[in-house]
Design a protein around this ligand. Structure first.
Ligand SMILES: *[C@@H]1O[C@H](CO)[C@@H](O)[C@H](O)[C@H]1NC(C)=O
Ligand SMILES: *[C@@H]1O[C@H](CO)[C@@H](O)[C@H](O)[C@H]1NC(C)=O
Ligand SMILES: *[C@@H]1O[C@H](CO)[C@@H](O)[C@H](O)[C@H]1NC(C)=O
Ligand SMILES: *[C@@H]1O[C@H](CO)[C@@H](O)[C@H](O)[C@H]1NC(C)=O
Ligand SMILES: *[C@@H]1O[C@H](CO)[C@@H](O)[C@H](O)[C@H]1NC(C)=O
Ligand SMILES: *[C@@H]1O[C@H](CO)[C@@H](O)[C@H](O)[C@H]1NC(C)=O
Ligand SMILES: *[C@@H]1O[C@H](CO)[C@@H](O)[C@H](O)[C@H]1NC(C)=O
Length: 362
């Protein structure tokens, strides 16, 4: 297949939507909703071709070359299209009854199960349950892209807290990994800047300089060939990790997590990503200085993709880019790898996030 596909951060919807529904065991006060959304944005034209694992290996080499993305070896993007109008029905889970809604955006190779895992004894790792108990409404959805998140923000915002009052809902964006980039990009955008009340970012230190160990360690493979029963219907341009131990390497820090959870990530929690998502992310300019809302960065100390396995100082360095934010708080020393919520420290991390929001009056 020649993936001359039209892809943008916002344009990966159709196949993501087509993946089988993965509803976790839910607190009683959750509902499945479908939100109609129309976006009209230009798309990146991706010029790479993935038919099999040989191509996946060649792509990994390209994406991890020292000079990848520089003039000597540019991104596999041949240009941008004219704005393309797309209509989606975004499947989402809405939990809780609080007037402040946390909108959760998950990372790459993951699904919205990240926020509400469904293995046995998962309560301490359940962000949604904790947030509802702390008084919030929570909207989680299958990540698509920046334009779709902007539309979701507008939708939540316009949904009055009661039918009799026009009090708008407060909106907090909570992102993990790829979802953190999307969240901060939405918070910086002209369309959403004034509609976002706070941003919480995890698995994120701003830059891409540590993407190579993450991508090489993931050992990218064509998803449908690796697990036919789960992903047989997907195009060969959808990739996943090589094996359980690749997931352990990119997501978990030894001694700070339960191994059964890495097994769950591998067999259940993770979902493939479309090959165009990486170059699209790298080609998206985020105007960090335009973010006005208060921002909290909460990091696992041993995060591979965000910090190269040691976050000391990395988050501090990035925070200087948030010149327009009302407040910036950073935590960079929690004993965890990239999947912060699924490490033993999760309850403490959740408590820090809710405490930050309460201090912002949310
Ligand atoms: C890797 O980069 C080379 C040089 O730009 C290109 O010819 C090749 O098609 C790329 N491979 C993949 C799988 O993208
Ligand atoms: C809008 O608010 C009502 C309750 O006021 C709730 O039932 C509904 O699910 C909300 N929808 C969204 C998308 O927030
Ligand atoms: C919110 O309240 C305003 C004013 O009462 C009303 O015009 C608007 O239709 C309401 N929106 C929703 C989504 O209920
Ligand atoms: C956002 O607004 C600013 C100021 O009005 C403008 O300079 C900028 O081009 C806008 N950005 C986009 C992407 O529309
Ligand atoms: C991002 O910024 C660079 C440098 O200013 C520019 O060349 C490029 O076209 C921008 N990309 C997009 C997608 O706007
Ligand atoms: C991380 O690296 C710095 C040096 O860059 C070092 O001072 C610090 O102790 C390291 N952190 C850990 C947890 O080993
Ligand atoms: C912005 O963040 C990058 C790292 O992500 C860092 O190298 C740079 O120093 C930051 N800029 C400022 C002004 O702090």
């Amino acid at each position: 297949m020649l993936l001359q596909a039209l892809l943008r951060l916002s344009a990966i919807a159709a196949l993501v939507e087509a993946l089988p529904g993965k509803s976790a065991t839910k607190p009683d006060d959750c509902q499945e909703i479908r939100i109609p959304i129309t976006v009209e944005v230009p798309r990146f034209l991706i010029s790479t071709s993935i038919n099999n694992d040989w191509d996946a290996a060649a792509l990994t080499f390209n994406l991890t070359r020292r000079d990848f993305g520089q003039a000597s070896f540019p991104l596999p993007i041949s240009g941008t299209s004219a704005p393309v109008k797309s209509t989606y029905e975004v499947g989402a889970t809405l939990c809780g009854t609080g007037a402040t809604t946390l909108v959760l955006t998950h990372g790459i190779l993951e699904s919205k199960l990240y926020w509400q895992p469904d293995f046995i004894d998962s309560d301490r790792y359940n962000f949604i349950k904790s947030a509802v108990e702390a008084g919030y409404s929570v909207l989680s959805y299958d990540r698509i892209g920046v334009a779709v998140l902007e539309a979701l923000v507008a939708h939540v915002r316009s949904n009055n807290t009661t039918t009799t009052s026009a009090l708008p809902r407060k909106v907090v964006l909570v992102g993990h990994s790829y979802g953190a980039y999307i969240s901060v990009a939405a918070a910086a955008s002209n369309q959403s800047r004034n509609a976002v009340d706070a941003v919480v970012l995890t698995g994120f230190a701003g830059g891409f300089s540590h993407f190579a160990p993450f991508l090489a360690g993931a050992g990218l493979r064509v998803a449908r060939d690796r697990q036919l029963d789960r992903w047989g219907a997907l195009d060969s341009g959808y990739l996943t990790t090589a094996d359980l131990y690749s997931d352990a390497y990119i997501y978990y820090h030894d001694g700070d997590y339960e191994r059964r959870i890495a097994e769950w990530t591998h067999t259940r929690g993770s979902e493939p990503f479309a090959v165009g998502e990486l170059p699209s992310l790298l080609a998206t300019n985020i105007t960090y200085g335009a973010v006005q809302a208060p921002v909290q960065l909460v990091q696992g100390l041993y995060d591979v993709s965000a910090c190269g396995g040691n976050c000391t100082g990395q988050v501090q360095e990035f925070r200087g880019n948030l010149t327009g934010a009302l407040a910036v708080e950073t935590v960079e020393d929690l004993p965890a790898g990239h999947n912060l919520n699924l490490h033993l420290v999760a309850p403490k991390a959740f408590g820090m996030m809710f405490d930050f929001l309460k201090r912002q009056g949310l």
